[in-house]
Design a protein around this ligand. Structure first.
Ligand code: COA
Length: 147
């Protein structure tokens, strides 16, 4: 039977599921469990969203808010569910929750075409490049959306 996918705010008990996805998706560059636990702190400036199906977490997106500025700081879908529309569902849900007149920013590794295409499809524009931004020496594209 078709199981509905749900997008909801993460809670502390989601920590391990999020970490397992982070570890497999980002391999050597993954965040530590402490860094993720920090994002799950219950304060209004930090929100982690998860997408789940049948109580299994399939992806997450971490957002930080500063007044009318929103930063998407991390996002991943578990590998076996990538390319099936979950990233679009998750990001679309988050952008729907953001107050109008917000500026949304994110950084993405140059060459990460699936992520770049996803962001472009929501109207994000490339506004800057940060050289040598990632541990492997790759550059980051800075992308911006006026919401
Ligand atoms: C990037 C990521 C979050 C996208 O989520 P997803 O569920 O795989 O993507 P979706 O199936 O929702 O696809 C949404 C759009 O992304 C783009 N996209 C997804 N997979 C793609 C691929 N393999 N090649 C090119 N574009 C792709 C397309 O624009 C797609 O829209 P379309 O299906 O209408 O063409 C996911 O692939 C992922 O976790 N990647 C590894 C981690 C990562 O790169 N995170 C982002 C860090 S900034």
């Amino acid at each position: 039977m078709f199981e509905k996918k749900i997008v909801r705010k993460a809670i502390p008990k989601d920590l391990r599921s999020i970490f397992l996805i982070e570890e497999v998706v980002f391999s050597k560059e993954h965040w530590t469990i402490e860094m993720i636990a920090d994002e799950l702190e219950d304060i209004p400036e930090k929100i982690t969203w998860v997408i789940e199906q049948s109580q299994n977490i399939l992806g997450y997106c971490m957002v930080r808010l500063f007044n009318n500025e929103v930063n998407i700081i991390n996002m991943a879908i578990t590998p076996s569910f990538q390319g099936k529309g979950l990233g679009r569902l998750l990001l679309g849900h988050i952008l729907n929750q953001i107050p109008s007149k917000s500026s949304v920013f994110l950084e993405v590794k140059q060459g990460n075409l699936s992520a770049i295409n996803l962001y472009l499809s929501f109207g994000f524009k490339e506004i800057d490049v940060r050289n040598d931004y990632y541990r492997d020496g790759s550059d980051a594209l800075v992308m911006h959306l006026e919401h």
